[in-house]
Design a protein around this ligand. Sequence first.
Ligand SMILES: [Zn+2]
Length: 364
Amino acid sequence: MKMRGWILFAMLVAMTTVRGSEPGEVRSLILMIGDGMGLAQVSMLQLEQGDTLTSFDRAQGVALIRTRSANSRVTDSAAAATALSSASKTGNGMLGVDLQGHPLRSMMTRAREAGMPTGIAVTCYLQHATPAAFYAHVPDRNDTRSITRDLLASGVDVLFGGGCKWLAEECPEGGSGLDALRRRGYFVAGSLAEADTVTQGRLLCVAADEHLAPALGRGDFLPRATRKALELLDREAARRGTGFLLMVEGSQIDLAGHAGDIAWMQAEMRDFDRAVAEAMAYADRTPGVLVVVTADHETGGLSIPALEADFTRADSGIDYHLSTHNHSATMVPVYLYGTGADRIHGVMDNTELSRRIMELLGLQ
Ligand SMILES: [Zn+2]
């Protein structure tokens, strides 16, 4: 290539890298929700990793959010995820609708309407409360058929999770839900290996009938799904000249808390930590990406007391103590990383966090 060719080439590379964005402009969001992940769960991960820093330790900004729902001081995942997705309070058990049952516009719907590609990667079934709050509008979180109907109509471009059982059922427009998604241009994969053959366009990777296996038997599904979703969304956003929105959930931290299983909870935290590391690594090499890591609520009432009564002596161990099989009402942490990480801080309501994120992204 001649000198002038090189200069043109370098200019083209520079243009495609920043995609014409202003310095400091938040173009894309990776929202990561640890279901049931309180500050104690993050502390447990840190304590178990010893001197090795976690991805949470890399945060460039932090905040705290209150989690109460419209009708209870202890929220469930449906109301909390609706607050995070739509900046509106609703009642426990309700998804993407207000207390009167009126539909709410989630940040994913707004992103899609603004022309941005969107994605979801979870280890529960895709119709479960947290992911569903980003696309469904049902007064009852257990109405999985209606949620599946809303999933087919959602227009979310990249989907990783479980829930094949309901997608394989006959749907109103004829054929199965999987057929309906194929008609809408999705490549339907049954495993990560199959999903890895896809290099562009819409993708549904549905890797289990209901929830995926617990972390110890699941391998690295969530970190790999996060990486693959970012690859596809990055490509599609570049094609459209926009940013994108990806929601990733560490879904089973909560299930481990309900089950009172500390080893399972630790495995889920390690897995979620690896997924967060993928998102941060992407933000490191891509300008305009904000990573927000938070939780819908805490599960298990986890505390970490010293084992010995006389804790003033040398370290004699710690205990992980769960005080309930249910959710608790404590505030949960928010960790921010990447472009705009310094622009959200303080103590706020979960709806306020959602509102501020949408403001940074310019979503109406
Ligand atoms: Zn729960």
